[in-house]
Design a protein around this ligand. Structure first.
Ligand SMILES: [Zn+2]
Length: 349
């Protein structure tokens, strides 16, 4: 079968090639790939900046934002042939740490977790893949191709759960939420904010293209003139850019009792650094919480299926701005200015 593979930590090694059929030891459920989403992590792996091949191998099958159709459900999965499924990405570390021991692999404490398509386990960019029944998430068939958005939606479902649980530390009636960045994570975070009946604002640099329209179609407000010029103090900020200056502005902009949830992974410093003690003083005097969140545990994947099932299909479908064939995978890995989510499509949904 065909698969898109890469030799991690060596740029220029990605290729579409023939590989062996998936090993039964990878899981009792056999799945035909429908589509795999591409994100910044895939690009980093292809550029040789990140990623680990499976033990004893040189190459890694890429891809962690999966969607497929069950070809063979095996004996004890509860799935049926033809069901749409998405594969959970992370597996608990082998020690395991206390969090992995209770199924909270997203909160792994020792960093020895593994991840499909990223860290030591082959991913989903192959014509067929196998998965353990307990790591297969059934997707409502009505979602079809839109099920490929489940992985980013799971990350956002966890972020909102973190915000909600932190909010319970005191009397809390949030009204306004600011989302920084209108990429797939930001737009899904805005969707969840609307599903919670909040007054949602999204800030991004784009002044044209699909982002302003998508935000408007949610019933949210779009801003392109920066966090510092909002004119109000948000109760919640979901930070999805990883850009130092945006984070610094968010810390200054958040309201009293407000929560800043960091989901973006950036690099490098702030061009205009805030004195740390001044930042801390603001946090103290306003009872702020800054929380980082990554990945998702199984309940977040389940919650994400509910989020997508409830969402407007036209909004979700406009998040997928490009479908490329496996042969044209290089085009999917190259971000175009108008892109929100590019996917590689292996078969019909
Ligand atoms: Zn762990």
């Amino acid at each position: 079968m065909k698969a898109i593979t890469v030799e991690p930590n060596k740029s220029g090694t990605v290729r579409l090639e023939e590989v062996a059929e998936p090993d039964i030891h990878d899981g009792s459920v056999l799945v035909q790939a429908i589509a795999v989403g591409v994100c910044g992590t895939d690009v980093e792996i292809v550029e040789g900046k990140y990623g680990w091949a499976p033990p004893g191998k040189d190459r890694l099958v890429l891809g962690h934002e999966s969607l497929g159709r069950v070809l063979d459900p095996g004996s004890q999965s509860g799935l049926k042939k033809g069901d749409l499924v998405v594969g959970i990405v992370r597996r608990p570390d082998p020690v395991p740490c206390s969090n992995c021991a209770v199924g909270e692999w997203d909160m792994c404490r020792n960093g020895q977790y593994t991840e499909r398509g990223i860290k030591q386990i082959d991913g989903f960019m192959s014509e067929r893949w196998r998965i353990e029944p307990e790591y297969a998430i059934k997707v409502p068939s009505s979602l079809g191709m839109l099920g490929v958005l489940l992985e980013p939606a799971s990350v956002v479902a966890k972020a909102w759960e973190q915000v909600t649980s932190i909010g319970q530390r005191a009397f809390w009636e949030p009204r306004t939420v600011l989302v920084t960045g209108a990429g797939p994570i930001g737009l899904l975070a805005a969707l969840l904010g609307k599903q919670r009946d909040l007054d949602v604002h999204v800030v991004d640099l784009a002044t044209s293209g699909p982002k302003p329209e998508l935000v408007k179609s949610l019933g949210a407000t779009y801003h392109s003139d920066g966090v510092a010029n909002l004119g109000f103090a948000p109760d919640v900020i979901i930070e999805c850019t990883g850009v130092g200056q945006v984070i610094a502005d968010a810390i200054q902009a958040v309201g009293a009792g407000g929560i800043i949830c960091l989901t973006g992974v950036g690099r490098g410093g702030v061009t205009n650094p805030l004195p740390i003690a001044d930042v801390a003083s603001q946090g103290v005097l306003k009872n702020n919480v800054i929380v980082g969140t990554v990945n998702a545990s199984k309940r977040h994947w389940y919650k994400a299926t509910q989020v997508l099932a409830r969402a407007d299909r036209s909004f979700l479908s406009r998040l997928i701005t490009r479908c490329e064939t496996p042969e044209n995978f290089r085009r999917a890995l190259h971000r175009e200015p108008q892109d929100i989510k590019a996917v590689i499509q292996f078969s019909e949904a």
